[in-house]
Unconditional design. Structure first.
Length: 374
């Protein structure tokens, strides 16, 4: 169900009412049930995928925790433990990314293979089946994989309660559109949900205001602007330069309000229940450079790529050439994350070039990896 649907407007008050009156120790179980209902409202079969991803990453965390507990004192035992943990992380990433590839990129890969086969005079491969993209699969896959990496790094302890971990992966406010949460933030709050003071007027009112702002961004700004933008873009050859420029400017407003509105609604809904989600958009159009823009646009995604792709690749620790290669890999991957088509891949290249261009004489002199990436 979408946030701006009648279904959600009925669903959310019911969830809140029950959440506020049930025993404290039952809160996370109720939210887990509500989250799976929310996700299954799109397609009940989707629940099997998110459950499978949850089980794989949960077991990966447990295995890493067991390996840590059985570490020996000798250097050979420590090296063996590190190797085992790396294999566990590799297995978790391989399984989850393979599922993501199959559902999101299989058609794209097959179409490109067929283009190559056609070019060399070989018969095309017929599509064996239709693959329906599960809603939110990129978001919850990245969130689950970040947990595996956090446990491996020792940033969090392996969660023993599979239901609490399942709620972390499937928490409905941010399940299908972000922000992509970290285990250090959201999972730790799930652990403490029974201690939340629910009847807090200021918190509830603030959460409601944030939700209303999100609905205003989506329904009043984005959806209204879309009427003009779609009209011009659908038959752009009929309009002059003024109309095309205006439509392009308004499209920038539309796409921002579309993305930011869902994050605002998610953050507000979570706050009403006592949860604090990370900020996802920080007035990016007021940025002074492209680098700053990417620090303030879809913050949870760009920081995910920084922490779980850019830094593991070596970040800026292995020289300037390697730094640029790593940044290029991140932006190309980010392009593919947004959509399975070449236009998104091409979009990643120029974005990288702009992000790495020197704006001032000292703009490239950064002291750490957090500053070196975007």
């Amino acid at each position: 169900m979408q946030f701006n649907s009648f279904h959600f407007l009925c669903f959310f008050p019911i969830v809140i009412a029950v959440y506020f009156i049930i025993p404290r120790k039952m809160r996370y179980i109720w939210l887990l049930c509500a989250s799976y209902y929310f996700y299954m409202s799109w397609n009940p079969k989707y629940a099997l995928l998110i459950a499978f991803s949850t089980v794989v990453t949960y077991l990966s965390g447990l295995l890493i925790g067991i390996i840590n507990e059985n570490n020996g004192d000798s250097s050979s035992q420590l090296q063996k433990s590190v190797r085992l943990k790396k294999w566990v992380v590799a297995g978790s990433f391989t399984v989850n990314l393979a599922i993501l590839f199959f559902f999101k990129y299989f058609d794209f890969a097959l179409s490109n293979v067929n283009r190559i086969l056609t070019a060399v005079g070989i018969s095309m491969i017929e599509k064996p089946f239709d693959v329906l993209l599960p809603v939110g699969i990129s978001f919850y896959t990245f969130q689950a994989l970040s947990y595996t990496m956090d446990v491996y790094r020792g940033d969090v302890r392996a969660e023993r309660n599979i239901l609490k971990y399942a709620l972390f992966v499937s928490f409905f406010p941010q399940l299908v559109a972000g922000p992509i949460e970290r285990s250090k933030n959201l999972l730790s709050q799930v652990e403490k949900a029974h201690t939340f003071q629910l009847w807090n007027y200021n918190r509830i009112a603030n959460g409601a205001v944030i939700m209303l702002w999100g609905y205003f961004q989506k329904m009043v700004i984005a959806d209204r602007v879309a009427l003009l933008v779609d009209t011009v873009y659908d038959k752009y050859w009929l309009y002059g330069s003024t109309a095309l420029i205006l439509a392009s400017v308004l499209f920038a407003v539309q796409i921002y309000c579309d993305f930011a509105s869902y994050s605002s609604i998610a953050i507000g809904a979570a706050e009403i229940m006592g949860f604090s989600l990370m900020e996802n958009f920080d007035t990016p159009y007021f940025s002074r450079s492209v680098k700053e823009f990417w620090r303030r646009w879809h913050i949870s995604l760009s920081s995910w790529f920084r922490d779980y792709l850019y830094i593991p690749l070596g970040g800026n620790r292995k020289g300037k050439v390697r730094k640029y290669i790593n940044t290029m890999v991140v932006f190309l991957t980010s392009g593919l994350w947004h959509g399975a088509s070449w236009n998104f891949v091409v979009w990643g290249g120029p974005t990288w070039l702009f992000s790495n261009s020197r704006r001032t004489a000292g703009s490239d002199q950064t002291s750490g990896e957090h500053e070196a990436f975007v």
